[in-house]
Design a protein around this ligand. Structure first.
Ligand code: TRP
Length: 446
């Protein structure tokens, strides 16, 4: 396939698109419950360290490959490898990435469906006057209802695939422009509210003063996986967006900006959610339901609570929408590169993801007793293995390709950071990021 001519309309549009991909359930839903399950501050600090040491340099690597190839991830990898005199088998890395995002999107759509349910619920005023126990029970009852969950999952996937079918750079830009500032504003309101609750001090202690005894290899592995997930890194999805990046834009600045904006959302929502957790005596290790139980409680105490809650779920939904569009892009671009029309490609991907998503839906009811290895439901499996293992493995191979396979001139030109920036980036990727990922994967898995 030839070079794509599609471009984001400006540098700002590119940064917003990548921020839109990065900010989503990972920050607002996954980060708090993973922090809760992994001992609090220890997890938070490891996650920040991984974002800085691996995340930013590896984001640069991934976006750079897309920008240098200007094709779908599979084709960019094959094309650039061939140019550099290496095997076109590197295209398998693109296929592996597509497989990873396929699995991730299958549960992402289901959980985004929960937000649709809660958006509608808060508009209806369902949570008004409910006790925390009733709110918790309501969430469990919803999980036990496969039909309602399937309906929301279907609706969300239709929303996603209809944007993807039309090409991402146009429709997505307008959405991002509006969405990101509003999301920060609402999170700040939430944190201000959180500061007035009894649990605020405890939440800050829990989040920022590490308890060394909570540290273990699995916490390290989880924190690394989460850093990849939240940055949308390691599955060639950023590579797909890099293909549309304008010429003349520094990749280091773009990656650094996105990583900071992304961490900020996680911190704000973590503070807000844990303030409620500690004020209400909720177990921090409550698991994937944490956000859906704490936020309705928090907002129900505010004046105009239902309105705030509805705004929050609306923004969350828009944020997950821009992320799931990014998750779908490498698959759709890949099929398109194989000669399938974009609309058809989006339909096929949508159908496949929908079917596998049903297994996650049923994990909470009909298939709750069906256990895969280590006693996990399908939902447990699909929310952990692809993130904790596939993303780091994919990211590792991407980094090896960028820092060792790609010719120096190509990398230097595409990074657009100047020779000193290039040397720094290359040194960090070769001698810090790559060895660190290998070390954590090997020690975490043995
Ligand atoms: N980063 C997104 C979130 O935090 C999820 C996501 C979007 C993603 N695109 C991705 C995860 C690509 C892995 C790979 O919600």
């Amino acid at each position: 396939m030839n070079e794509t001519l599609e471009r984001w309309s400006s540098r700002r549009a590119f940064i917003l698109a990548v921020t839109g991909a990065a900010v989503g359930l990972g920050n607002i839903w996954r980060f708090p419950y993973m922090t809760g399950e992994n001992g609090g501050a220890v997890f938070l600090l490891l996650y920040i360290a991984f974002v800085l040491l691996l995340g930013i340099p590896m984001m640069m690597a991934e976006i750079m490959i897309g920008r240098a190839g200007r094709r779908s991830p599979m084709q960019s990898l094959a094309f650039l490898a061939q140019q550099a005199g290496h095997s076109t088998n590197w295209r398998w890395l693109g296929i592996f990435g597509a497989f990873t995002v396929f699995l991730i999107l299958s549960f992402y759509s289901v959980v985004s469906g929960w937000s649709i349910e809660y958006l509608v619920g808060s508009i209806n005023g369902d949570f008004v006057g409910q006790t925390p126990a009733q709110i918790g029970a309501g969430f469990d009852a919803f999980l036990a209802d496969p039909l309602r969950m399937t309906f929301n999952h279907t609706l969300f996937l239709l929303l996603t695939m209809s944007v993807v079918a039309g090409g991402v750079s146009g429709g997505l830009e307008k959405l991002n422009n509006l969405l990101m500032p509003l999301l920060y504003l609402l999170l700040v309101v939430l944190v201000i509210y959180a500061a007035t609750t009894d649990g605020f001090g405890l939440a800050l202690t829990w989040l920022f003063s590490p308890d060394p005894s909570a540290m273990s290899l699995s916490v390290v592995l989880n924190a690394m996986g989460h850093a990849f997930f939240t940055l949308a890194l390691g599955a060639c999805a950023l590579m797909a967006y890099g293909a549309y990046m304008p010429d003349h834009q520094s990749l280091s600045r773009a990656a650094g900006t996105v990583a900071l904006l992304d961490m900020l959302v996680a911190l704000l929502s973590g503070i807000a959610i844990f303030a409620v957790v500690f004020s209400q005596g909720i177990d921090p290790a409550e698991g994937p339901g944490l956000m859906f139980v704490t936020l309705p409680i928090a907002f129900s105490e505010l004046p105009w609570g239902s309105l705030w809650l509805a705004c929050f779920f609306l923004l969350l939904l828009l944020a997950t929408w821009t992320s799931s569009i990014n998750l779908a892009e490498p698959m759709v671009a890949g099929l398109q590169g194989m000669g399938i029309k974009r609309g058809m490609a989006a339909t096929l991907v949508g159908l496949g993801v929908w079917l596998v998503g049903l297994l996650s839906v049923l994990s909470f009811s009909t298939m709750a007793e069906v256990k895969w290895f280590a006693d996990m439901t399908f939902f447990d499996l699909v929310t952990t293995i692809p993130t904790d293992i596939f993303l780091p493995v994919g990211g590792l191979l991407i980094a090896i390709f960028a820092a060792w396979v790609l010719p120096r001139e190509t990398a230097l030109r595409t990074l657009d950071t100047g020779p000193n920036g290039f040397r720094l980036w290359q040194g960090v990727v070769r001698f810090v990021s790559i060895p660190l990922v290998v070390l954590v994967l090997v020690s975490g898995l043995l």
